[in-house]
Design a protein around this ligand. Structure first.
Ligand code: MN
Length: 516
């Protein structure tokens, strides 16, 4: 295994870049000094390992440095400002994002209790982290290393992490088309969640593969010879199905092993798109294609940007084999996904990316198109404004945190009292002031996504009439009015306070009014 330093030399040839990595390494060592992991190792081995993973993924310099520093703010008394001062605003923003994602997890057992109620985990996390996709990638590296060292955790924690990994991080990696990471995350998590099932399936898989391998070797030889004859240069590899994806497929097929035709697939990697189709023709001339199983993910990429031709064929002696045909670029993208784009290189552009052609996507998947467009830009060596990489769903909602890290979603334009009423009506009733991100603010300070809001209370405080002007959600208004009534402040009605109106009074109403 390469050392962090030698990897850094390989990925960052400029000495000034490496200097920053070394400085961040020293900084992390100093800050985490004395802290230990459950394995007994120094704590700093964890951020160092995370940075290693990010280097292996070819992430940019800021991400690698943020990886080194990702636990400094959360686990030591280092203020974010110190990181900003030493390593710049971008690194500080990344560390802040990773810290916030971490805080949403603090002390929580069940992911559904701390993630806002949407089905889209990526969108949730993106909004929570200020929409910089690199935060998610750093978080994935963090999770991957924690999974790799999960054996040192108590069983309860193992289960929690493993479940969360299957429910959130696996799908996240998939959304970013990071196939290799997704597979590793899922395999480790599944092994901890269902060790017996995992071992049983692994044995069955090995058993079936034993005979399949020999047959596949023969087919592979036939295909290779034919491709040479046709002068189509190609690399052919076998790809073995992961235990977890086998498990999922068996569930779909009532446990019938015989219905699974892609335990092992042959993967053919070629130089360009037109060769992909030529190779498909060659395979169909050798074997009988199962027509319903031809998939052209080149012309119609999957939503996460995955591209390949898939075909399943039957050989003359009845063998059923799946082929996946793709270019080197598509292969790289399938394995490393969005992370692959950070290591940009003009020569690596595929024809699809060169032409700037993107598959049309349904409107609710616009964010993927945004990601894809960012990928195209990065691959062309252009700069991408990560702040502009906004997710378009839920843009009328903001996500704010309690100091404990609980996350609440509110309509855009919400004020501190709206937040307080969402947390608890009794808490709101005693509100004497608010701190946002550690600073005192006025009652009319508009909340922004990512804000950490602390409600200061005083026992002698009680709800006031003029609070009606300092809230904008119907929920808070209803609660406040009932509290005011309760206090016998009948003047609230008699003076007929004009209540602010607008489409945001009702949840889920998007018609007109406030723009997104
Ligand atoms: Mn960590």
């Amino acid at each position: 295994m390469k050392t962090l330093a030698s990897l850094a030399r390989e990925k960052f040839p400029r000495e000034t870049d490496r200097g920053q990595i070394y400085a961040a390494t020293d900084f992390a060592k100093e800050k985490h000094a004395g802290q230990k992991r459950l394995s007994g190792e120094d704590y700093v081995t964890h951020p160092l390992a995370v940075a290693r993973i990010l280097l292996e993924w070819d992430m940019d310099l800021d991400s690698v440095i943020a990886g080194l520093l990702h636990d400094v703010v959360e686990d030591t008394d280092t203020p974010l400002s110190e990181i900003e001062e030493k390593f710049g605003e971008d690194v500080a923003r990344l560390v802040d994002g990773v810290t916030k994602v971490g805080m949403t997890r603090a002390g929580r057992d069940d992911i559904s209790t701390y993630l806002p109620e949407t089905k889209d985990n990526l969108a949730k996390l993106m909004i929570a982290t200020g929409s910089d996709i690199r935060v998610i990638i750093i978080k994935l590296a963090d999770r991957l290393h924690n999974l790799r060292t999960l054996e040192f955790q108590p069983r309860e924690k193992q289960l929690k992490k493993a479940r969360e990994s299957l429910e959130v991080f696996g799908p996240l990696a998939d959304r970013l088309n990071m196939g290799r990471v997704r597979t590793e995350v899922e395999e480790i998590a599944f092994r901890y969640i269902a060790p017996k099932r995992y071992n049983k399936l692994k044995r069955e898989l090995d058993f079936h593969l034993g005979s399949a391998r020999k047959k596949l070797d023969k087919i592979r030889g036939e295909v290779a010879a034919k491709l040479r004859e046709e002068k189509l240069p190609a690399e052919i590899d076998g790809r073995v199905k992961s235990v977890y994806s086998l498990h999922k497929k068996l569930e779909k097929y009532d446990g019938d092993f015989d219905r699974i035709h892609d335990l092992m697939a042959l993967r053919i990697v070629v130089d360009d798109v037109s060769t992909c189709y030529l190779v498909l023709g060659v395979i169909h001339s050798l074997y009988t294609p199962m027509i319903a199983r031809i998939k052209d993910y080149i012309a119609r990429p999957k939503n996460n940007g995955y591209q390949s031709l898939h075909t399943t064929v039957e050989t003359s002696d009845g063998q059923i084999v799946e082929f996946q045909i793709r270019t080197h670029e598509m292969h790289d993208y399938a394995e490393r996904g969005l992370a692959a784009s950070f290591h940009y290189n003009e020569n690596k552009l595929t024809e699809v990316y060169k032409s700037g052609k993107l598959a049309p996507l349904p409107a609710n998947l616009k964010w993927i198109q945004d990601l894809q467009e960012a990928v195209v830009k990065l691959r062309a060596g252009k700069k991408v404004d990560f702040n502009a990489l906004k997710i378009h769903i839920f843009s009328d909602r903001i996500f704010v945190y309690t100091p404990r890290g609980d996350i609440f979603d509110l309509p855009a334009g919400a004020l501190p009292l709206d937040f307080a009423y969402r947390v608890h009506t009794d808490l709101a009733a005693k509100a004497s002031g608010f701190k946002i991100n550690g600073k005192m603010v006025k009652f009319d300070r508009e909340l922004k996504s990512g804000d950490i809001v602390e409600v200061l209370t005083h026992n002698k405080t009680s709800p006031k009439l003029d609070w009606l002007k300092k809230i904008m959600t119907s929920h808070a208004r209803t609660k406040l009015r009932s509290q005011l009534r309760h206090q016998n402040i009948e003047t609230a009605r008699r003076e007929n306070i004009q209540k602010p109106t607008g489409p945001w009074n009702r949840r889920g109403n998007n018609s007109g009014g406030k723009k997104n």
